[in-house]
Design a protein around this ligand. Sequence first.
Ligand code: ACM
Ligand code: ZN
Length: 767
Amino acid sequence: MKLKTFASLLIILVVTKLVNAQSIPTISAVQPIVPTPEVYKLVEGQLILADNISVSSKDLPENIKTYLIEKLNHVYELRTTISAVSKDLIFKKIVNVPKDWYSINVNETITITYSSEESCFYAVVSLLQMIEGKNGELFIQKCFVQDAPNFQWRGLHLDVARHFYTVEEVKRFIDLMAFYKFNTFHWHLTDDQGWRIEIKKYPKLTEIGAWRDSTVNAHYSTIPRTYTVEKYGGYYTQEQIKEVVSYAAAQYITIVPEIEMPGHARAALAAYPQYSCTGEQQGVPGLWGVFDDIFCAHESTFDFLYGIMDEVLELFPSTYIHIGGDEAPKARWKKCKKCQAVIRENGLKDEHELQSYFIGKMDEYLTAKGRKLIGWDEILEGGLSPNAAVMSWRGMEGGLEAAKMKHYAVMSPGSHCYFDHYQSDSPSEPLAIGGYTPIEKVYQFSPIPTGLDNEGLTYILGGQANLWTEYIPTMQQLEYMTYPRALALSQALWCKSRPAYADFKATLLYHQFDFLERYNVNFSKAVTFAKYSLKNTENGVKLELAKEAADQSFNVHYSDTNGAHDQGLTKGDSIVFERTEINQVNPVKVEISNKFTDDKQGFTLIQHPSLGLKVELITKPSAQYSGKGGETLTDGILGTRPWKGNEWLGFQDQEIELQVDLGKVSAIDSIDLSFLQDEGSWIHHPYILRFSVSKNGKKWKYLKNAEIKTYEYTIDPNNLMPYRAILKSKGRFVSIKLTTFDVIPEGLPGENNVPWTFMDELIIYFK
Ligand code: ACM
Ligand code: ZN
């Protein structure tokens, strides 16, 4: 997937303007800066950037001067002269304006006015984003910009434990964050699969804990698992950490370190097994997931963790210190004499209160040192510690609950802020953990939950996206997963009021993609992909190109039993894939190529005998995984593994019911049903399937003798049809009732939480 050249796409867009004047704005009319400034007023004309720009040194902080000159000289190949009397670009520090406020006036010269060093820096990055044209012919559209941020925590997180990123790579991550006015880098330094920070008091943490012997291949849920047996790891020395902290500070980014406890601690326990409950010596795991072995809640563990924290606090000046707190199974604590003694001696009710006690000890320690504890929302379990802030990841509820209790919260819900999820349904997407979070969805994010009064709102610090790296092994891929979704997030965190998504998209296409290319960022171009829908029709499923694809044109290539076909499609055009006769199942490979780019998208549609039939969902799926409602189950697109989210229907009910309308009374032979099993994501098969049929939708006959076979469907190894139900019955309507566990059994990830049921295609065979 590669743009022929972005410039050629722009030319095509501009040419198209003559044809379609309303929908395509001129380039200069499109506001270039992300996040969108509060005020952007266009002025007639362009300021051509002369080769030698004279920059005034007055009111220009030294470190911003270095940053600006480095960019102008080396990226834009402009010469600069700095002196007190320079006049092309001048700076004015002023008082009596809001914190982090700035303005930029571009006319015959450029004037930047600002209130704080941070805002001077923000003005400079806005200015860089305004530079257009090719080197040698650079210009800035004349305009007036005025701006200030909305939220104070504008974060990106990076997990360097699952895959290690070098100091240079981390600096690059920080450089790119700074362009979009993020100010908090959450550095996830420790996890089960690696300990990445040198602690001088406990050298084995990096001698042993920084290295694993093997790494699992493919996806966690692909069975049987295979491993690459190769030493993998790395860590940062304290000198390197100091260097990164000051590097980030020079771009007004605070680094919040995360030291995970009590769970996700296997790397630490491989080095110091005496701080586990069993004391058993185990290696650093090369498998992802959640492990039962966590820190023992005994006093000696706290001394160990305090010793680590003492060194962490020396290295990181941040107010907040992240202690993890998520996904800590209680299996070991339940059986551990030492943990049970702590429960008894402190009058705790259970292991959940022990978790709260654990976090409370760290809170006390950090508070005494003048710092503040932040942890994932599981730290609410068993009672929130007095000074703790909550990072809400399992939805917005944890943050909401914290804010209601007058605790600070950062919103980072999996639904919108997990950039390890898929960002398009193109088969060219690299393997990801699962989930579906396209940029449009990120753009809908707001860190403000519903249900807070004005006082509660003051406790919402902001938001953050997380880059978990189980499936992100390289910097190239890290950039691809982060950009441009991080731009959509920056809008949610910076802007007091955001433009419509279409305007943001125009800014991406007309300006920001050029900007990212100038800085050699490997970003996703999923926003240029064809927008199409698959809709159920009378006799099957219709592929239709969306209206918003007006500026694009696609070729659809597909092969079915009649051979290969090519069809050009523009907006509103469609192709119908018909339902098959009786027992035929026929995979059709569909490839959609964008004529202006080399992008190819595609999918495999299964033509089958129940394609396009109407399904009524008596039990409603979760809003997050509602696909196209009932149509999802008969659209010919099979749920995949790893899952992307939009192709499955996800339910969180113990009883699930749905009805299929066959259109006429028919002789039914059997039904294939597909469910996802992905324990790590709390997704489980149902364990009871019941079928009834009806001729009129009123009087039902329960098929108590329906034979249900487990079954492996073979069209694609990523698609599983685990059950075939032999019905041998007659009717127009089929009712399917599923029963799942009420809660996930103990010992499995997400124990005691309600499990998810992910269901997709229903294939009905007739006699
Ligand atoms: C998390 O994603 N386990 C915080
Ligand atoms: Zn214990």
